[in-house]
Write a protein that binds this ligand. Sequence first.
Ligand SMILES: Cc1cc2nc3c(=O)[nH]c(=O)nc-3n(C[C@H](O)[C@H](O)[C@H](O)COP(=O)(O)OP(=O)(O)OC[C@H]3O[C@@H](n4cnc5c(N)ncnc54)[C@H](O)[C@@H]3O)c2cc1C
Length: 280
Amino acid sequence: MVGGGYVGMYTALRLQRQLGAELRAGTAEIVVVTPEPYMTYQPFLPEAAAGSISPRHVVVPLRRVLDRCRVLIGEVRSVDHAKRTATLSTLATEEEGAGAVEMTYDELVIAPGSVSRTLPVPGLADHGIGFKTVEEAIGLRNHVIEQMDIASSTRDPALRDAALTFVFVGGGYAGVEALAELEDMARYTARYYHNVKPEDLRWVLVEASDRILPEVGEEMGRYAIRELRGRNIDVRLETRLESCEDRVAVLSDGTRLPTRTVVWTAGVKPAPSSPPPTCP
Ligand SMILES: Cc1cc2nc3c(=O)[nH]c(=O)nc-3n(C[C@H](O)[C@H](O)[C@H](O)COP(=O)(O)OP(=O)(O)OC[C@H]3O[C@@H](n4cnc5c(N)ncnc54)[C@H](O)[C@@H]3O)c2cc1C
């Protein structure tokens, strides 16, 4: 099994149930190769970022759930499906300086998921914040609170405005939910600051198409926009992020937003290390 994410974990779980007798008899073995010892339930990342749920409730420890599988922490580097071999690097191969090891298999499940799809937007690689892992979600929460602390303690109005401006690029599930949850959290948190009011915070959602949340249909998308705008969130449709250098986000409608926070949730692409799904 390549990957112990949502697909990999559930596939291994079903297999270990179905192959119970063979696994006990030692005539079958399920090996899950994945870089982290836990599965991240990504739909709960926005709630974890907002502090509504604990980070440990967003992850599932693979060894506990897949107790009849072999969990190997590492990455599959390549697959030779004709020979039924996979080359993997593990934490041990790195420690030993061994490079990689080869493993044979009968059946291969490829589930390496996706990574953020970045575009060649100047400044994005250096300043864009992703939102796909529990570390990024908690990092973003801390970052937002840190910006409120900066705003609270500076005497420079320009720095204060930039610290309190949060730009999210991409109006899919990840961007909309992350923005909405964090705005909620920051609005609540503002009550503990003597000089930061909820209305001082500026939240901007930048979406290239003419709608948000395409997965839920047009009517629900329009409803979500009304709700967000009702909360004073600046939703910009048919607008792209042109650049985010020197702490200024420049949008395709000409707006320049001094900001220290650009969250990039504008889509995903296949995991780069994905072994090619070759077939004989
Ligand atoms: C913020 C957010 C909110 C979301 N909300 C929803 C929602 O409400 N509803 C919904 O349906 N979907 C939602 N999604 C999408 C959903 O989480 C994904 O579709 C799902 O996680 C995909 O599962 P996967 O197993 O393909 O990939 P992942 O869960 O990403 O798992 C892939 C795993 O493979 C590992 N891996 C990668 N390369 C290798 C390699 N070479 N060797 C070994 N392992 C490797 C990765 O490290 C990872 O652990 C959301 C996503 C995000 C980011």
